[in-house]
Design a protein around this ligand. Structure first.
Ligand code: RFL
Length: 407
């Protein structure tokens, strides 16, 4: 299945079997899967290639997702360079509690910064598999999605000319702020929303990690998190009011709060460093159902946002991408519609399971600082159960690792 246009840069009318809107983990994975089966596609991305290769975001990837990438020839560098995490630490009521999920399950988390995965996926898609991509496009619009001849229009950044691409399918992979989700008319999809009512100040510190694992601090002053990213850079989170201004958080205030909220008996002192990223994330989630409108198939954050509470968003994006890539190939090369017909329902089973876990974990993180002694009490009970009951610990580990296969 090939495109009728010689090259997307030619200015000639373009036609591709699949147009992919957005070059994040979801869009690039779908593009790579299609190219491996010699199906032509065009990726449209509003940002430049250097920008998406440097944009810091996720880090935690689950084992099944890594194996899914590996099976599709997309994990060589990741398998060489990613860290493996086998334990994390909860700090509450002034004490440290180690949670050894690796020992418990034999499984681990992979930690590989999202921008490195994006870099690998772009290189493989364009330089190895010969995929077509347009970076820096503007004003992307989706047309005739409810017909069998959809199209996508965009403004070319170099010529300023409006381009129209005809296609059979559109993969809407343009994240939480893209245009794909809004192209679904009201009444053709239900959007469920969850708002946790808190913000997280997301920080990147130019400092080596202050612990040998991920640390979660549950404190009456608010949640704090510590995540190793590299030998030189560490990610920290501080719970803050939603919509707070990052400028309210001076260097001194950040480190004072981190020391208080992550403080516990026997905990090593935090290694301070310059804050190279400081932004406030509002903790909210949404799910679009179904994830399909006519010839538009939504994938990743475009279809469902999972607040980064449980580090699940990119994992879900990859799950969607595997299913959609395989389903499009089955349809385009064999006329088999089973995958496309079942796509939305198959994605949503995992999506809702991860949403529920994020919801549960949010209560654990934010209950102690809610100001409500009842919520604080039940939160502490959850944490103590985790360290007092092997069955509860195993159930938590399964969800934390995304180990459930029974969807
Ligand atoms: P992305 O990565 O947002 O990519 C969408 C791409 O679409 C482009 N775009 C457009 N392109 C064309 N036309 C338009 N109109 C467009 N509008 C936007 C964008 O420039 C972008 O390149 O979506 P995708 O592929 O669905 O991937 C989702 C993940 O990025 C996201 O879920 C994760 O980053 C969430 N997340 C985490 N997920 C994990 O699984 N593990 C983690 O450890 C983890 N940590 C995190 C996170 C998200 C965070 N933030 C920034 C909210 C940590 C943080 C701080």
């Amino acid at each position: 299945m090939t495109s009728t246009s010689p090259h997307p840069n030619s200015g000639a009318p373009q036609r591709f079997p699949v147009v992919i809107v957005g070059a994040g983990p979801a869009g690039l994975t779908i593009g790579n899967i299609l190219r491996a089966a010699s199906v032509d596609c065009l990726v449209l991305e509003t940002e430049t290639r250097p920008f998406i290769e440097r944009r810091p975001r996720a880090g935690v990837i689950e084992e099944w997702a890594v194996r899914g990438l590996e099976r599709r020839g997309l994990a060589d560098t990741l398998l060489e360079r990613a860290q493996r995490h086998t334990e994390c630490e909860f700090r509450f009521a002034g004490e440290r509690y180690r949670f050894e999920y690796g020992q418990l399950t034999g499984l681990h988390h992979w930690v590989y910064p999202q921008q490195l995965l994006v870099t690998d996926l772009v290189r493989e898609y364009t330089d190895v598999r010969g995929g077509a991509v347009r970076f820096g496009v503007q004003d992307v619009e989706l047309h005739d999605l409810d017909t069998d001849h959809p199209s996508v229009a965009y403004t070319d950044p170099e010529t300023g000319r409006r381009e129209l691409v005809h296609c059979d399918f559109v993969a809407g992979c343009d994240g939480a702020r893209g245009v794909s989700r809004t192209a679904v008319p009201a009444g053709r999809a239900r959007i469920s929303r969850g708002d946790y009512g808190v913000g997280w100040l997301a920080l990147l510190a130019e400092a080596p990690p202050s612990a040998d694992c991920v640390v979660f601090g549950m404190h009456p002053r608010g949640f704090a998190g510590h995540m190793q990213r590299s030998a030189e850079v560490t990610r920290y989170y501080l719970q803050c009011p939603p919509g707070d201004d990052p400028e309210n958080w001076s260097h001194d205030r950040v480190w004072t709060e981190l020391r208080q909220r992550l403080g516990a008996n026997g905990a090593p002192a935090l290694t301070e460093g310059r804050l190279i990223e400081k932004r406030v994330l509002d903790m909210h989630s949404y799910v679009v159902e179904p994830m399909v409108f006519g010839r538009l198939f939504l994938a990743g954050d475009a279809a469902h946002l999972t607040a980064p509470i449980a580090a699940k968003g990119m994992n879900l994006a990859l799950h969607d991408a595997f299913l959609l890539g395989d389903a499009l190939i089955a349809h385009l090369t064999k006329g088999d519609d089973t995958g496309l017909d079942g796509y939305s329902a198959a994605c949503l089973r995992r999506v809702w399971d991860y949403q529920e876990f994020s919801h549960w974990l949010s209560e654990v993180y934010h209950g102690p600082s809610s100001g409500d002694p009842y919520r604080a009490g039940t939160t502490l009970a959850r944490l103590r159960r985790l360290f007092g009951s092997p069955t509860a610990a195993m159930a938590f580990a399964e969800q934390y690792l995304g180990k459930n296969t029974g969807y």
